[in-house]
Design a protein around this ligand. Structure first.
Ligand code: HEM
Length: 455
């Protein structure tokens, strides 16, 4: 975090420690309150004098657009938090910059064109069917939709991007990712940290999780190599492996593993969270669920959905967008300002740690009436046209926007449609508390009771 003083307003926090505990205990609530009390550009300090970190929050849609898009060259992924992510997860597409980044993005882009992603629909539907299989005999007809969607999203990414079945890795990934996320979060919000190699319990736990995840990536790579050829079209591993052997690609073994890790990180929990919360919100709102069922029954009439159905299921897309407004899987996105920048009448100094926050902007009263209410009607084309572009930005924006956006939307609509074709949902847990790690984490269960649905 940068150390500086300007007149940007913000919470005073404790005399000696600033907002350190608030950020550690509830970063999302702290940012939200800061916007309500101090406005769209705020400054938060954390840590004792001499070691004090400073972070600037930018919460208006226009400000988010400036940081992520129009002035993106001035806002780099060099902030404290991204450095921690990079140290834990390596220099893959999410974290890399400059030449490394351009080379990596050029290489993987062909896998994410709309046409290419549409061709994954059948494989996605097959994975959904596999995950839904046991739902018919679930104990007490009860499932935790966040857990189930985590399994689904992991299987989908593994099958499509890595051409492998990760059944054996699911348990390790689901256990080790939260440990790493937590570790990155704690270090990300501490102005000073002990060196990672010191044998503290926290460091040791993180190192073990790190090792397990890297071993999973190595296994995925080895299995894919042993299988040979290409598992039905060029997947990510084939592309990366080809680049590895060409001169200008020059991917070495550790880079290959880091790409796999980043796609596991960026590609599964995020979609799982969006989809899990969409299901849970429908389970809490019978009227909206009924409308979703009607759309699915009318459009699909019992057949398996494909990519071509996406446009014919606009209400499901609206439900997903509204779920992502309330529960954005990447609730906070950080950068570091290279040069001093004017935002919303305030000066952000050179070197400052800056965050934009879908969590806050998605609840901003200037763009959203009754922001806490679930209402998919906010995403009709007319309603969307009436809002600034960055009032809703769960996938980020500008040159570093999410490469997996269409992949995720396709997977989510197919999964929602297939679930609604067979089931009616009623929420058992009425509230699911959340916290922010690298991605949004549910701190409780999201159980729903299933009843068979007939069209
Ligand atoms: C609902 C689901 C998802 C959400 C909310 C989401 C969110 C985001 C956000 C906010 C960023 C930008 C981060 C920044 O600017 O610092 C991002 C980047 C990225 N996402 Fe996603 N993501 C989702 C799904 C996926 C999927 C399915 C994949 C892969 C299959 C993926 C892969 C990536 C990658 C590789 C980047 C870095 C792109 C770049 O810098 O060029 N994401 N994502």
């Amino acid at each position: 975090m940068a150390t500086t003083t300007t007149e940007v307003p913000g919470p005073a926090g404790l005399p000696l420690l600033g907002s350190m505990f608030d950020l550690k205990n509830d970063s999302l609530g702290t940012f939200l309150r800061s916007q309500r009390e101090h406005g769209d550009v705020i400054r938060i300090t954390a840590g004792p004098p001499g070691m004090r970190g400073v972070v600037y929050g930018v919460f208006s849609a226009e400000g988010a657009q400036q940081v992520l898009a129009t002035e993106s060259a001035n806002f780099r992924k060099d902030n404290h938090f991204y450095q921690e992510v990079r140290e834990s997860f390596g220099n893959g597409l999410l974290t890399s910059q400059d030449e490394d980044y351009l080379r990596q993005r050029r290489l993987v882009q062909p896998l994410f064109t709309r046409r290419r992603v549409d061709s994954y629909a059948e494989a996605i539907a097959a994975e959904v069917a596999t995950v839904l299989g046991p739902w018919r005999t679930a104990e007490d007809s009860t499932v935790d939709v966040l857990d189930e969607m985590t399994t689904l999203a992991l299987r989908a990414v593994a099958r499509i991007l890595f051409g492998t079945d990760v059944e054996a890795a699911v348990e390790i990934v689901e256990r080790a990712f939260p440990v790493m996320g937590d570790y990155v979060l704690r270090r990300g919000y501490s102005p000073r940290n002990l060196p990672r190699h010191w044998p503290t319990p926290g460091n040791r736990r993180a190192a073990a999780a790190h090792e397990e995840l890297y071993a999973v990536c190595d296994r995925i790579i080895a299995e894919r190599r042993a299988a040979g050829g290409d598992a039905g079209g060029q997947d990510l591993l084939t592309l990366l492996a080809e680049a590895e052997s060409t001169e200008d690609g020059s991917f070495d073994a550790s880079e290959l593993r880091e790409q796999v890790l980043v796609f596991l990180l960026a590609g599964h929990e995020t979609t799982a969270t969006s989809l899990g919360f969409a299901l849970h919100l429908l389970a809490l709102h019978p009227e909206q669920q009924k409308r979703a069922h009607e759309e699915v029954d009318r459009v699909l009439a019992g057949r398996t959905p494909g990519a071509a159905d996406l446009e014919a299921l606009p209400y499901l897309t609206q439900v997903l967008k509204e779920a992502m407004r309330l529960f954005p899987a990447a609730p906070v996105v950080g950068r570091r300002a290279v040069a001093a920048t004017e935002i919303g009448g305030h000066t952000i100094p050179a070197g400052a740690d800056v965050i934009v926050a879908p969590w806050v902007t998605h609840r901003h009263p200037a763009y959203w009436e009754e922001p806490d209410r679930f209402d998919p009607e906010r995403f009709t084309p007319e309603a969307e046209a009436g809002r600034p572009r960055y009032a809703w930005f769960p996938f980020g924006g500008g040159p570093r926007a999410c490469i997996g956006q269409h992949f995720s939307m396709l997977e989510s609509v197919i999964a929602l449609a297939m679930i609604l074709q067979a089931h009616e949902l009623a929420a058992i847990d009425t509230e699911v508390p959340v916290s922010a790690a690298i991605t949004l984490q549910a701190a409780g269960r999201a159980r729903v009771r299933l009843r068979p649905h007939t069209a």
